[in-house]
Design a protein around this ligand. Structure first.
Ligand code: GDG
Length: 487
């Protein structure tokens, strides 16, 4: 059978991500991901390295180190120029739109591209003195694709894994990236490259094949020079039990209470998304308005709350979209609303964790209709928050990674306004028995595939990645995919 990562559990884990949740710095945003990674770091007495979230005039190349329990946090500041080119520039105006299939929004600037590789080189150089020979390094997300290649260049032979939190598109789309080949080679420096879905993993491996980078040994394994890279799907989960508990006890939450009172006996539809063009907000509001217009019996009987904290406001595409969505929400309310009914409550504010869980729980429908999403955790949180004896319905875009797992959702094509409107009407009329059945089948998945299981799965695979392939059974050497039970 497959070897577990018993050896790697003695090794130190090093996590690299753009934002680092340094204790006592900034608002504590203890999302499930943070908690899971912290858990893994605690077990191994680990190091968490990345950007401090600060831009300063003359950043030093020496990381600021904060010790908290047995986790070491090490962060670097960025200069304004680095921030503009690496983060607001290449990462969010080239990589983000391309990976979300939005070639119409891509900005290609040589200077930003250079800034991206420059910052990755600088981060690798600052991480280098903190590394030990047997550290296992886990790099997160599109900000740091070239980090392993930079570390290898400095002579590091450590195990290195990479997880991409956003989709990876087919090669025709991906190849719109500048320095496409160089980025692909960057991935090739890792021992394991993980995605949310088998589809993303497959798209990625096809990109390598089409660019003649190394050769496929089989599905999920690639030989590049003398280096073997594993490629697999590791669908991220949430802390299902604790989210369900938070939702159940949110009855006492003041905001939940006031919201309930303000709705009267109207049904609630909820959407929760960072303000991002990948989330399909424009199409979603349009679908809701189409639903109201074609179902007059539901007028003044439903309210749609869209919670949408602002995001990346210094990126021009986001500023434009902020204005457009706000206008659309206002226009919809003006044309559909009544003196005693605001159909769309659009809120550019962050809601507390407990209140959010409670709002999900009191909603009849969770409307999760991104045009493209790596996974989408809101979909999973909505399901986990439901009342078992009277659960709401998840309407989910087929273009969210979560659609590969959540078979009990009502799946929609978010571009098809009328179909989405019909799905809303159907969900509001869905009999209890069908709602329960759908909810149960999704909960089975969510209870097993938790964020902890995701973390362990990835690390086990990374632990295996360099071990000699001793098993005679090729099946047992495969990287787990979405259909495999967590190890
Ligand atoms: C990226 C990928 C992938 C949002 N508003 C509030 C709030 N949130 C929380 C949600 C959820 C999280 O933020 C958003 O996670 P998503 O997965 O939905 O989306 P992205 O931010 O785009 O995340 C995505 C993810 O990485 C993980 O790999 O699933 O596909 O794009 O947890 O609850 N939380 C609170 N108040 C808010 O107003 N408390």
């Amino acid at each position: 059978s497959r070897r577990q990562a018993s050896s790697s559990s003695q090794q130190r884990l090093v996590v690299v991500s753009n934002r680092v949740p340094v204790p006592g710095v900034g608002a504590s945003k203890a999302g499930g991901l943070t908690v899971a990674l912290e858990g893994a770091l605690k077990r191994s007495g680990g190091l968490w390295f990345g950007w401090s979230g600060e831009t300063v005039e003359n950043p030093t190349d020496q990381a600021k180190v904060v010790q908290s329990g047995n986790i070491t946090f090490a962060v670097l500041d960025l200069s304004q120029r680095d921030y503009d080119e690496y983060y607001a520039g290449f990462a969010n105006r080239a990589l983000w739109p391309v990976c979300h299939y939005r070639l119409d929004l891509v900005q290609i600037e040589r200077q930003e591209l250079n800034g991206y590789f420059r910052v990755n080189r600088a981060f690798a150089a600052s991480l280098a003195p903190l590394l030990r020979p047997d550290d296992v390094i886990w790099v997160h997300d599109y900000h740091f694709i070239p980090l392993a290649a930079e570390l290898r260049r400095l002579g590091f032979k450590n195990r290195m894994g990479f997880f991409l939190h956003i989709p990876w598109p087919p090669s025709d789309v991906a190849s719109a990236l500048p320095a496409y080949q160089q980025l692909l080679h960057g991935f090739g420096a890792y021992d394991l490259v993980g995605f949310h879905t088998p589809q993303d993993a497959e798209n990625f491996q096809r990109c390598l094949v089409r660019e003649n980078i190394g050769s496929a040994i089989g599905t999920g394994e690639h030989q590049i020079n003398d280096h073997k890279v594993r490629i697999g799907a590791f669908p991220v989960g949430i802390d299902t039990e604790s989210f369900a508990r938070a939702a159940a006890s949110a009855e006492r939450n003041a905001l939940v209470h006031r919201t309930k009172a303000s709705l009267g006996d109207r049904d609630l539809i909820i959407g929760v998304d960072r303000l991002d063009y990948s989330k399909g907000l424009k199409q979603r509001i349009e679908a809701f308005s189409c639903f109201v217009r074609s179902n007059p019996d539901f007028r003044n009987r439903v309210t749609y709350i869209q919670i949408t904290p602002k995001s990346r406001s210094d990126v021009p595409e986001y500023q434009r979209m902020q204005r457009e969505i706000a206008e659309q929400a206002g226009w919809t309310n003006g044309s559909l609303g009544e003196v005693d009914w605001t159909p769309v409550r659009y809120v550019n504010r962050t809601v507390g964790h407990a209140a959010l869980a409670g709002l999900y729980r009191m909603s009849r429908i969770g409307l999760v209709t991104p045009l493209r999403d790596g996974m989408n955790l809101v979909a999973k949180e909505f399901v986990a928050a439901q009342q078992p004896d009277d659960p709401g319905v998840l309407i989910l875009s087929r273009f969210a990674g979560a659609a590969h797992e959540l078979d009990g959702a009502v799946l929609v094509n978010p571009y098809d306004t009328e179909a989405c409107a019909t799905a809303i009407a159907r969900a509001l009329r869905m009999p209890l028995e069908e709602r329960r059945e759908r909810w149960e089948s999704m909960m089975v998945r969510l209870r097993t595939n938790t964020v902890d299981a995701w973390c362990q799965n990835f690390l086990n695979s990374l632990g295996d990645a360099l071990e000699p392939q001793i098993s005679p059974d090729p099946e047992s050497n495969r990287v787990p995919n979405a259909d495999a039970a967590p190890a």
